[in-house]
Design a protein. Structure first.
Length: 142
């Protein structure tokens, strides 16, 4: 986030000085996409993303287990599809480069799609395991 903010400020300063950076818009867009994908993974790890935490917090027993299994199945299937589609995009982009930075392969910039999807799946699995452990320890304390 810091690099994106610094880049945007630098782009504005250079543009005001009459020496606009030709590559700044493209790189800022890429950084924003990376921030979105990797930020979503971090949010998933903290169970702060697509989780209906208030609903899940109120459920108990088999209803909680059923909702979590359905939720995790849908989320993992969706991000599995995103990872597969992202991999296909990388294959299509083989040999292409950024417009403003002709030495940067487009595959590097677009790799965030499959990598982010796989990280999201891993985050979901880890967060769900922690949730199940905490719920089972609550039951054993009673």
């Amino acid at each position: 986030m810091s690099s994106l903010a610094l880049l945007v400020v630098a782009g504005v300063v250079f543009r005001k000085a009459g020496a606009a950076l030709v590559w700044y818009d493209e790189v800022a867009s890429i950084l924003l996409v990376w921030l979105t994908y990797y930020g979503a993974c971090l949010a998933a790890l903290d169970r702060a993303h697509i989780g209906f935490p208030k609903l899940v917090g109120k459920l108990k027993g088999t209803s909680l287990l059923a909702v979590l299994i359905i939720r995790e199945t849908v989320v993992i299937a969706f991000f599995g599809l995103v990872a597969w589609a992202g991999w296909r995009v990388l294959l299509i982009l083989d040999g292409t480069y950024l417009v403003s930075l002709g030495w940067v392969p487009a595959q590097v910039t677009q790799s965030v799609i499959p990598i982010g999807a796989i990280l999201f799946i891993l985050s979901e699995v880890c967060a769900t395991a922690v949730l199940f452990r905490s719920r089972s320890s609550e039951r054993s304390d009673r």
